[in-house]
Ligand binder design. Structure first.
Ligand code: ARG
Length: 264
């Protein structure tokens, strides 16, 4: 900018008319420069399914999507030099197709790393562990001490999740399985008595049991690990994510994040 003004000043000394034209021209160039800087803004497009507290959920007061995963991906993006992240909320079931279609750059959604999914997307290093929990209405009297006790029950799950895959595999022939597009819908069905139990990730079940009239009666030790997914073969992005994720996990930022979303 300084050199531009110097030029203008010199020209102005020679001819005021030329100077006016030049100033106008330079302003136009500067303005277009600003616009193109805006267009070059580095945005990381993130897919999630905001029905999974405390990992991703809609803030009750303003509807904003927030949560552990959201803060984490923002920290990662910042470390990687992105100007901002853009969150796209969709059903869990649509996340991998969105990644494959290039509609989102990454998926962070408490997504379990599984061999089946690893065939179609690439995962970061794991950042969280979970099991599957069996949630019932408080006072339902339903007792579960093994997976077999779920036989004959109406089981609610979220479509496309590891919980859904597990119950279909182990109880598909012996119980009624109802698949919902979101956990919010599955939880509603439980509260309404449309299903007897909901099978879902243990940290989220715990969160639901704090907020609603539901309780965990059994945990299926599935030993799952959550990872951030990118399109298969997107090595550059994945390497960047892993590097940033490792740094964050080894820094006090991680403890702050855990405390913020899992602290009492
Ligand atoms: N961990 C489970 C899975 O990968 C459930 C994840 C559901 N996530 C969500 N944001 N609704 O299948």
């Amino acid at each position: 900018m300084q050199s531009i003004f110097r030029t203008v000043v010199i020209v102005r000394a020679k001819s005021p008319y030329v100077a006016v034209v030049l100033v106008a021209l330079l302003l136009a160039v500067a303005a277009s420069g600003c616009v193109s800087t805006g267009a070059k803004e580095k945005v990381l497009v993130v897919g999630t399914s905001a029905d999974f507290p405390p990992f991703e959920y809609k803030n009750a007061s303003n509807g904003q999507i927030t949560g552990f995963d959201i803060d984490l991906i923002k920290l990662i993006a910042k470390k990687m030099g992105y100007d901002r992240v853009e969150i796209k909320d969709m059903d869990f079931d649509s996340l991998i197709p969105a990644l494959q279609a290039g509609k989102v750059d990454v998926v962070i959604a408490g997504m379990t790393i599984t061999p089946e999914r690893e065939k179609v997307v690439d995962f970061s290093i794991p950042y969280w562990e979970a099991d599957q929990a069996v949630l019932v209405r408080k006072g339902s009297g339903i007792k579960v001490s093994s997976v077999d006790d779920l036989k004959g029950k109406k089981i609610g799950v979220e479509k496309g999740t590891t919980g859904a895959i597990y119950v279909k595999k182990h109880l598909g022939n012996s119980s009624t399985i109802k698949e919902y597009p979101t956990y919010v819908a599955a939880l509603e069905a439980l509260l309404n008595g449309q299903v007897d139990v909901v099978v879902l990730d243990s940290p989220v079940a715990k969160m639901f049991s704090k907020k609603y009239s539901v309780e965990i009666v059994y945990t299926i030790k599935t030993g799952e690990h959550y990872g951030i997914a990118v399109k298969k073969g997107n090595k550059e992005l994945l390497d960047g994510i892993n590097k940033a994720l490792k740094e964050i996990m080894n820094s006090p930022e991680w403890d702050k994040l855990v405390e913020k979303y899992f602290g009492s």
